[in-house]
Write a protein that binds this ligand. Structure first.
Ligand SMILES: [Ca+2]
Ligand SMILES: [Ca+2]
Ligand SMILES: [Ca+2]
Ligand SMILES: [Ca+2]
Length: 191
């Protein structure tokens, strides 16, 4: 091994140390064990996800802010487009496995992907009642606890008020250290 290679390797190791997902760390020991709502909320509030979604910093998520967060979540491979596979997966995660809709109805330019505008059309028709359901006090905004509750209930697939370790699979990709704030800004306006 040359000195140069060794230097490169140790630099890589140092980077890898830095790359330990910050959000997962902030989530503490709770992630990876069964989560009741209180454990979940305490950890989740520390991840910065809500602050990243709240683009205008008013401590609430309006319909537009929520749609941008949803788009970022549907977009698994971060190419800023929603493929049919990503769409199916997102619909199942949020709307349930019985949800039925036709992708081509929303892919208006038949490009094989939904962009922000096309997804916005889908969001308007399918997520208006969903958002209303999360907005339990009916003030047309999601508070942090209304948002948290919605995420928790979506991940708690069997609705037994515990997110089991298996159900934590719902969060795949959420706590991997990606800069969610940069991702949200890049997605921009959806609705
Ligand atoms: Ca806001
Ligand atoms: Ca994508
Ligand atoms: Ca509300
Ligand atoms: Ca459960």
């Amino acid at each position: 091994m040359t000195t140069m290679t060794r230097k490169l390797l140790s630099a890589t190791a140092a980077l890898a140390l830095f790359a330990v997902p910050a959000s997962a760390q902030m989530f503490g020991d709770a992630y990876g064990t069964d989560l009741d709502y209180n454990n979940f909320e305490a950890g989740f509030n520390e991840t910065g996800r809500y602050e990243a979604l709240d683009r205008n910093d008013d401590t609430f998520l309006d319909r537009s802010e929520y749609s941008t967060g949803l788009y970022a979540d549907y977009d698994r491979d971060n190419d800023r487009m929603i493929s049919e596979e990503e769409w199916d997966m997102g619909n199942e995660r949020y709307l349930g496995s019985n949800y039925n809709a036709v992708y081509s109805d929303y892919d208006l330019d038949e490009g094989g992907f939904l962009d922000q505008e096309e997804f916005g059309g889908f969001y308007e028709s399918e997520y208006t009642p969903y958002y209303d359901g999360l907005d339990t006090d009916g003030d047309e905004m999601l508070s942090q606890s209304e948002y948290n509750r919605g995420v928790y209930d979506a991940a708690d697939l069997d609705s037994d008020e515990v997110i089991s370790i298996e159900e934590e699979g719902w969060f795949e990709g959420w706590f991997d250290g990606d800069d969610i704030e940069a991702e949200i800004e890049e997605v921009g306006d959806v609705y």
